[in-house]
Design a protein around this ligand. Structure first.
Ligand code: TRP
Length: 800
């Protein structure tokens, strides 16, 4: 911009470079006007006139142009001479920023304008821009399409770069709004300054290359992209997947082969293309010889051929001859195979022509204006044309053109992918479309297999902040960071997640538990004392114990007439051996899956047999004690402890236990239960005692008997005789009590099947204790020292 300090007349604005693409658009307008003027159907008796201004894609220049055309010719020079506007409609501007300025200037005069490239969503406000029309879809659709594209390819971590203009501002705003609530997060937002600044651009590139967001969405146009990309290529940054906005996705300036390593794979939404039959030929007719006074044509030549027309060339470029021929390679100008923006220009001109045509066709007294009047053909007001523009509806190249109430047109985009052509140049390949008129979800159609991605890859690039969480773990958001950045934490035991990127781990249903990977619920392990190594060991021990007992029984039975057996009350001994066999066998009920019966049997069988056993021992102790304490022979205490009485004592003592057990079984019998509380990953099958009071009563009763027995035996331990059984009974009770005292804490603290194992061991240990203490010494004498098996010896009365 020149210095506008108002102290001298500002020099004209100098444009920075020449844009052959925009020049093509201008020529397209010319072509359209010429076509219409030659057409016998459209506006047969009128000729359209036009003026083209160059705004240099800069708002202030656009403003100057608008004011210039409004001030225009003086009234006397005007061909209409009637005070009507010198101008009926404006085709333009290209960029939204310029369009805003121009639209505001035209607004008071109610001159309609039709933009062919201003897509900013800001124009939808009809109150602010009442005379604005456009033949390009509103950016609201484009950002929706881009958001869907990002979601579609799972690009959840993207960078946004925009130019410093309304277009960029509104597009980024719109995209952020679309992305809200979606799984896509924005890693950074950068702005290329209006007046290009290399330092700032390098900063942006640093952000881009250091970020893990490999996908960068750019809302900008060639103007600022050209220097930016030049620096970008200089920095040799690669690996960026560009998502181009419609403003530059079909910009031929970037199709040179040198761009391919950096821009190849770019994807974006291009506006609808069309066919302009005569465009290519028309562009060919332009050359400096034909238009010697048109500086723009000279500039075009300079831009295309790298030559110069100035008499005093500042650079050492060769002089243009004007004979150069236009070739395919001048794609920036000559790329007419699928005009998009040029096609929009064409449509816009036709829209004006058709409206004007309709206006002129108006039947008097049947018009749309006050009192059914029509516009006067020699004095048309722009607002009258606006009325017809709003209404216009016509077909070009099979496409319907009209404007909705906001002046917008039908939303349709092609998806364009930048691929390498045969000559190494970049080609725009059509790989899909976005049709905004379709129902939600069906708008985007992509032929994924045809896309070539950045870096000449065929796999979709990955652009995420955190890699997705595998099944078995869940996302944990990092504090103060966007939701797309998260850690993966493994699920707790008992919870699973079976999908990638689960937000939460779910609890397994009852009776199920997570597997070690936490990806599935598997039935909980059922645990009980089964015939595994522990169970087998217990079984073997108890069977061996029972066999030994039976063997002892056999020995005693065989030697039942020898002194030692007889002296020691053979009947009681047999009872004890019988009870001990049962005790050993009791243990077997504890092994195997608990059932209703085995549960009931477990504690009752064991307690009754033990009770029986200890009752017998108690009886024996009593007999021993009584025999020796009967000081006087006449006391005859033995009369009170004869075999019948002994049996009665044993029976009654056992009966007490039987009664307790019966009460227990009737009132609250033990039952099999599934314990899931002790260990949450297992189901422990156990016998619930039903009534713990009864359980402890039963044990307590055995304990009581044992203690009583112990005390009595203790009293009798010092009594004379070589073979004092009381000594051994004391000892056996000591072992018995020790075993059961140790049992209590072990039982309470051991889980599940180990409680059963502990109980079995206690039973076995105490049974063995009793068996060995009571019977080993006797068997020793019977079998190994038969010479001692005499009454004299036993009484300690034999002579030494
Ligand atoms: N669709 C863009 C817009 O509305 C197109 C455009 C044309 C543009 N010229 C521009 C964008 C210059 C930025 C700068 O503005």
């Amino acid at each position: 911009m020149p210095d506008l300090n108002c102290t001298y007349r500002p020099p004209p604005v100098k444009c920075n470079g020449f844009d052959p693409r925009a020049f093509r658009w201008a020529l397209t307008m010319r072509l359209a006007v010429e076509e219409i003027n030659q057409s016998p159907e459209l506006l047969p008796n009128s000729t359209l006139g036009y003026k083209i201004f160059d705004s240099c894609a800069y708002p202030l220049t656009g403003q100057r142009a608008a004011l210039a055309v409004l001030n225009g010719l003086s009234e006397e020079d005007s061909p209409t001479c009637s005070g009507a506007s010198p101008l009926l409609a404006v085709i333009g501007e290209s960029g939204s920023a310029q369009s805003i300025v121009v639209s505001r200037i035209l607004q008071p005069f109610r001159i309609p304008m039709i933009s062919y490239f201003s897509s900013c969503a800001c124009f939808t406000d009809r109150r602010k821009y009442p005379t604005f029309f456009r033949v390009i879809p509103n950016d609201d659709y484009q950002v929706k399409a881009i958001a869907q594209l990002l979601v579609r390819f799972n690009w959840t971590w993207v960078g946004l770069v925009r130019g410093d203009h309304e277009y960029g501002r509104f597009a980024v705003q719109g995209l952020l709004r679309e992305l809200q609530g979606s799984k896509v997060c924005v890693a950074y937002q950068e702005m290329i300054p209006l007046l290009y600044n290399r330092g700032k651009a390098l900063e942006i590139m640093k952000v881009m290359s250091s970020s893990s967001a490999k996908v960068v969405v750019v809302f900008s146009a060639e103007g600022e992209m050209t220097p930016f990309l030049r620096d970008y290529m200089e920095q040799n940054i690669t690996g960026i997947q560009w998502v181009a906005s419609e403003a530059w996705v079909t910009a031929s300036v970037f199709t040179g082969s040198e761009y391919y390593p950096y821009l190849g794979g770019t994807i974006g939404f291009g506006i609808r293309k069309g066919r302009i039959p005569g465009l290519s030929d028309y562009l060919q007719t332009v050359n400096p010889q034909r238009y010697p006074n048109n500086t723009l044509v000279q500039e075009l030549w300079e831009a295309l051929y790298g030559c110069t027309y100035s008499q005093f060339p500042a650079t050492k470029l060769p002089a243009c001859s004007g004979q150069e021929s236009l070739l395919e390679q001048h794609s920036a100008y000559m790329n007419t195979s699928s005009p998009r923006v040029a096609y929009n220009v064409y449509k816009a001109v036709y829209a004006v022509a058709h409206s004007l045509h309709n206006l002129l066709l108006c039947q008097p007294d049947n018009g749309p204006f006050q009192n059914n009047s029509c516009a006067q053909s020699n004095n048309i007001f722009p607002w009258q044309l606006q009325h017809y523009l709003q209404e216009v509806n016509f077909n070009i190249d099979g496409e319907e053109v009209n404007f909705d109430l906001k002046g917008d047109s039908i939303p349709y985009y092609d998806i364009i992918n930048w691929q390498r052509g045969t000559s190494g140049n970049i080609e725009f390949v059509h790989v899909g479309l976005f049709d905004g008129t379709k129902t939600a979800g069906e708008e985007l159609v992509i032929q994924e297999d045809r896309i070539i991605w950045a870096g000449h890859q065929s796999e979709v690039p990955v652009s995420v902040c955190s890699a997705s969480c595998l099944p078995g773990s869940r996302k944990a958001v990092r504090r103060g960071e966007p939701v797309c950045c998260f850690d993966c934490v493994p699920c707790d035991s008992g919870k699973i997640s079976n999908q990638t990127n689960s937000v939460e781990c779910t609890f397994c249903p009852e009776d199920f538990w997570s597997n070690s990977n936490r990806t599935a619920c598997i039935p909980k392990k059922v645990e009980f004392l089964s015939y595994d190594s522990l169970g087998i060991a217990l079984t073997v021990i108890s069977v061996v114990g029972a066999c030994i007992t039976v063997a002892v029984f056999a020995v005693f039975f065989f030697y039942r007439n020898t002194a030692i057996v007889r002296v020691n009350n053979s009947e009681l001994s047999f009872f004890i051996l019988f009870a001990l066999t049962l005790c050993f066998l009791c243990c077997l009920v504890f092994i195997g899956e608990p059932t209703v019966w085995s549960c009931m049997l477990r504690h009752t069988a064991f307690s009754i047999t033990f009770s029986l056993c200890i009752s017998c021992i108690l009886g024996k102790t009593l007999v021993v004690l009584a025999a020796f304490t009967a000081t006087r022979p006449g006391d005859n205490i033995m009369k009170w402890l004869g075999p019948r009485q002994q049996r009665a004592i044993i029976f009654s003592c056992t009966l007490v236990q039987v009664v307790i057990c019966a009460a227990w079984l009737i009132d609250a019998p033990p039952y099999p239960s599934r314990n899931t509380k002790y260990e949450r990953s297992k189901i422990i099958l156990e016998c619930s005692v039903g009534s713990s009071l009864a359980f402890w009563c039963v044990l307590g009763y055995i304990g009581l008997q044992a203690c009583l027995c112990f005390v009595l035996a203790f009293l009798a331990r010092k009594l004379p005789g070589n073979f004092n059984e009381a000594k051994f009974i004391t000892f056996s009770m000591l072992i018995f009590c020790a075993v059961w005292l140790a049992f209590i804490p072990a039982y309470i603290s051991s889980p599940g099947k180990y409680a059963d194992a502990v109980e079995s061991f206690a039973i076995l240990a105490s049974s063995f204790g009793l068996l060995f203490c009571l019977f080993a010494p006797k068997c020793y004498i019977i079998l190994l020292k038969p010479e001692k098996n005499t009454k004299q010896h036993l009484m300690g009365k034999e002579k030494k």
